[in-house]
Design a protein around this ligand. Structure first.
Ligand code: ATP
Length: 221
């Protein structure tokens, strides 16, 4: 395979924060990815509408990754008005990038444990690898999986890769677990702090903090 694996980090990014940037960086380094594509979600099928507009969430991602040539933004989902599933986005990327390109869907451990609830989730493995970031200090993913959905457990056991090399040798189908320092940062907590007039400095990049403050975002969440 000629091209380095491409990481894909989807999220609502309402707003993007240092936890998101750090999982992208950990995945990039531990998997030796060529780039990470940040894909802010459009209309989320599973959850309430985001507080910030699609254009604002996209702008915050652009600001957050500015200056890092290995981080790129992909606006395809926020451009769509209809509900968009990750499997649809991966179908599109696979068609654009070809059958040989290694694609790695990057997920936090909490997101991975809910994977069985995603639309056409079995098909995700035909389209990409999954890189799961397990947080230091938390329940190791292997233990958490014992309590997970049975079908997800079966996929995990069948697909778990001992090292990142497989991400470079095949286009998709493996699960690789990478490590992540525990950063107790969430978009929900950031919105809550804004709503009660607290500072969010050092939870997001300064450029994002400035954008949130100058646009009075999340004041009434
Ligand atoms: P919200 O609080 O609104 O639910 P969030 O901060 O969890 O948002 P999402 O956009 O839902 O952000 O998450 C996108 C991805 O980033 C998911 O895979 C999630 O597991 C991961 N993620 C978010 N915050 C962290 C964090 N602090 N550490 C590790 N992974 C994270």
């Amino acid at each position: 395979m000629n091209h380095s694996p491409i990481g894909i980090l989807g999220g609502t990014f309402d707003p993007i924060h240092l936890g998101h940037l750090r999982i992208a960086q950990e995945a990039l380094e531990q998997c030796d990815l060529g780039q990470v594509r940040f894909i802010p979600g459009g209309t989320p099928p599973h959850r309430a509408a985001p507080a910030a507009s699609a254009a604002q969430r996209l702008e915050m991602v652009v600001r957050a990754i500015h200056g890092n040539p290995q981080f790129v933004v992909d606006a395809r989902e926020v451009m769509r008005s209809d509900p968009c599933y990750t499997v649809d986005t991966l179908d599109e990327l696979r068609a654009e990038l070809g059958v040989e390109q290694s694609l790695c869907l990057i997920l936090g451990g909490d997101a991975f444990l809910q994977l069985h609830t995603w639309h056409e989730w079995h098909r995700l493995f035909a389209l990409a690898h999954i890189v799961v970031l397990q947080r230091a200090g938390g329940l190791p993913l292997g233990n958490a999986m014992k309590l997970a959905d049975a079908a997800l457990q079966a996929e995990y056991q069948a697909r778990l890769a001992p090292g990142a090399q497989v991400l470079h040798e095949t286009p998709g189908g493996a699960i690789f677990v990478a490590d992540m320092p525990a950063l107790e940062i969430s978009a929900t907590d950031i919105r809550r702090r804004c709503a009660i007039g607290k500072s969010i400095r050092y939870l997001t990049p300064d450029t994002v903090t400035d954008f949130i403050n100058s646009n009075s975002l999340y004041r009434s969440c």
